[in-house]
Design a protein around this ligand. Structure first.
Ligand code: KG4
Ligand code: ZN
Length: 319
């Protein structure tokens, strides 16, 4: 088998990431994040993210060159995240990738960021062990969707949120509790099942094949926090975070169960930043799937260039 080497560039949100894949395995990656700067604004400001990508893209590339895992002349292709994402941020990666491909006279592969998330677990799995079709839950700061994946190029959207993304809800609740950005990891750290005693859900939401919807639920949690503040009552942050995490994760699990049962599909995967959630990862086991594909390397749940190279390799070199 011919060794194929791809360099990939990811700049869709607030992470500037470059990775190198050789023969299906990620051999190098460097990621610089602007999350700490975004934290001072309470969320991602597109122009700030784009400016940080401009500052970070050359140092990221320089690190890859310094690591000497690959000689640029041995590259077979350049891949980059073409969509979806913040347009001003995507532009930085696109300009860099296009220039590099033109300078090296190598093919340029455009990758859909979401498809990268779907196959990100391959970082830890062998392609030969992958069974199709599988259901893929992608939950991040910008997306909450379930796909039926028949092959790398045959991916059907079954469900997506009609309002907020689930990561966005984690971030907004965390912000109102002054836990910083990104909020998901902070809430997850405070999770304690014994403390999940509040029910914010007033009526059943996200039932069966209804499109995901989280904004009404988010408002209920935020209202509770505001009412406690107005009554000058001390906030029991552990109880609020634990109860919220338990309820929102169960909405995701119930939806996966619905599609497993109705479509009779027994292989499932998760991806996206929220896939790093400890409760979500535990609860996936309760679905008793034949095969469960989870990015074991937690860093691969969030945005990274490795998943862009992994997907480019699948569709371009079929490996
Ligand atoms: O995939 P990602 O890095 O960027 C987007 O494409 O949006 O996802 C970021 C999101 C943020 O909303 C962050 O709060 C959430 O993923 N997140 C988590 C956890 N780690 C990151 N949410 C819940 N639990 C976590 N452990
Ligand atoms: Zn993402």
């Amino acid at each position: 088998m011919n060794t194929k080497n791809i360099i990939s560039i990811e700049t869709s949100c607030d992470d500037t990431s470059i990775a190198v894949i050789s023969n299906g395995k990620v051999i190098d990656m460097c990621t610089l994040t602007s999350a700490q700067i975004q934290n001072t604004f309470g969320g991602v400001v597109p122009e700030v993210a784009a400016r940080e990508h401009e500052n970070n893209i050359i140092p990221t590339f320089q690190t890859i060159l310094n690591n000497k895992k690959i000689d640029l002349n041995d590259l077979d292709a350049i891949a980059y995240t073409a969509c979806p994402g913040l347009r001003v941020s995507l532009n930085v990666g696109e300009a860099f990738a296009t220039t590099l491909a033109s300078y090296l006279d190598k093919p340029l592969i455009k990758v859909n960021h979401i498809y990268g998330h779907i196959f990100s677990f391959l970082y830890d799995y062998e392609l030969k062990d992958l069974q199709y079709p599988f259901l893929s839950l992608i939950a991040s700061g910008g997306h909450t969707s379930i796909f039926k994946v028949n092959s790398p190029t045959d991916i059907e959207l079954l469900n997506e949120t009609k309002d907020d993304a689930v990561g966005e809800v984690f971030d907004k609740i965390a912000r109102s509790l002054k836990l910083g950005y990104p909020g998901g990891p902070a809430i997850d750290k405070l999770f304690n099942p014994a403390k999940a005693t509040i029910s914010f859900l007033k009526h059943k939401q996200n039932y069966n094949n209804e499109p995901f919807s989280f904004s009404g639920y988010k408002t209920q949690v935020l209202n509770y926090i505001n009412q406690q503040n107005m009554k000058s009552q001390p906030l029991d942050i552990n109880t609020i975070c634990s109860s919220f995490q338990k309820e929102i994760v169960s909405m995701l699990i119930d939806k996966l169960r619905y599609y497993m049962d109705t479509l009779n599909i027994n292989n499932i995967s998760i991806g996206g930043g929220v896939a790093a959630n400890s409760l979500l990862q535990n609860q996936i086991a309760t679905l008793n799937a034949k095969n469960t594909y989870i990015p074991k390397t937690k860093m691969l749940c969030g945005d990274n260039a490795a998943m862009i190279a992994i997907y480019a390799n699948l569709i371009y070199f079929n490996m």
